[in-house]
Design a protein around this ligand. Structure first.
Ligand SMILES: Cc1cc2nc3c(=O)[nH]c(=O)nc-3n(C[C@H](O)[C@H](O)[C@H](O)COP(=O)(O)O)c2cc1C
Length: 214
C-alpha cells in the first residue's frame, strides 16, 4: 500500500510534527511511505499526481489559533483544485498543539473532516496531542513509557487502523506528566527564554489586546 504523509509545520528545522511522523513511520513501515514537507517543496503537477496515487494520505501539522494554519489551508485549497487526482483515499490526521490539553485540537480535526467530505474522501481517524513543545524533550524515552505512555498507545491504535485501512474514534491525549510541572517547565525553559530572544519582557506575555488599544 502507498502512504503519503504531509508535514504541515512551517518550521524549517526540527519540529514536533516531524517527531510525530518519526514516531509513526516504524509502525507502518511495511508500506511504501513518502513524506512531503509543504514548506520545503515546490509544488507542481507531478508531485500532486504522486500524492494522488497513494492509498492513504496522512496530514500532520501544528494547531494555530484553534485551527488549521493558514499555509496548510492554502495547501488544502491547492489539493482541492486537483480533486480529480484524489479519489478513494483514506485520510488520517495528527495535530499537535502548545497547550497541555490535546482536546484543543477538536475544532481543527472537524475542519479536516469537512475538507474530507468536500473532497469526497473517507475520514479514517485523527489524533490531537497536547503539550507539543514538551514532546521533543521526551524523544529519547521509548513510546508507551513514562511521559510517552499515552502517545505510544495512540500511535499504536492509529497505525493499526492505517494498516487495516480502517476507521477509528478520534483520540485526544496529553503526555503522562503533571500539568502543574509542565506549566512551570514550559514557562521557564521555553516561553520566557523565547520571549527574551525576541526582545520581549516576561510581562509582555501577559498583555491583553485591551491593554494596548483602550
Ligand atoms: C501562530 C501560532 C498560533 C498558535 N495557536 C495555538 C493555539 O491556538 N492553541 C495551542 O494549543 N497552541 C497554539 N500554538 C502552539 C503550537 O501549536 C505548538 O507550538 C506546536 O507544538 C508547534 O508544532 P510544530 O513544532 O510541529 O510546528 C500556536 C503557535 C503559533 C506559532
Amino acid at each position: 500500500m502507498k502512504i503519503s504523509i504531509i508535514n504541515g509545520s512551517p518550521k524549517p528545522g526540527k519540529s514536533t510534527t516531524e517527531l510525530m511522523i518519526e514516531y509513526l513511520i516504524p509502525f507502518i513501515s511495511d508500506n511504501r511511505v513518502s513524506v512531503y514537507h509543504i514548506n520545503r517543496t515546490n509544488w507542481d503537477k507531478i508531485q500532486f499526481a504522486e500524492i494522488g496515487s497513494c492509498d492513504v494520505l496522512i496530514f500532520a501539522f501544528p494547531l494555530y489559533v484553534d485551527s488549521i494554519p493558514a499555509h496548510m489551508l492554502s495547501f488544502l485549497i491547492e489539493l482541492e483544485k486537483q480533486k480529480h487526482l484524489f479519489r478513494k483515499k483514506m485520510i488520517y490526521c495528527i495535530i499537535n498543539n502548545g497547550f497541555y490539553e490535546g482536546q484543543q485540537n477538536h475544532i481543527a480535526l472537524d475542519q479536516m473532516k469537512n475538507w474530507c467530505s468536500a473532497m469526497g474522501l473517507t475520514w479514517g481517524q485523527g489524533i490531537g496531542i497536547g503539550a507539543g513543545e514538551m514532546l521533543p524533550f521526551c524523544k529519547d524515552i521509548p513510546l508507551g513509557h513514562g511521559p510517552n505512555k499515552n502517545i505510544g498507545r495512540a500511535f499504536k491504535e492509529l497505525a493499526y487502523n492505517i494498516n487495516a485501512l480502517d476507521g477509528g474514534k478520534d483520540l485526544f491525549i496529553s503526555p503522562n506528566w503533571s500539568r502543574f510541572l509542565w506549566k512551570l517547565q514550559a514557562s521557564f525553559s521555553f516561553f520566557y527564554p523565547q520571549a527574551k530572544r525576541n526582545g520581549l519582557k516576561k510581562k509582555d506575555l501577559f498583555k491583553q489586546i485591551h491593554d494596548e488599544y483602550f
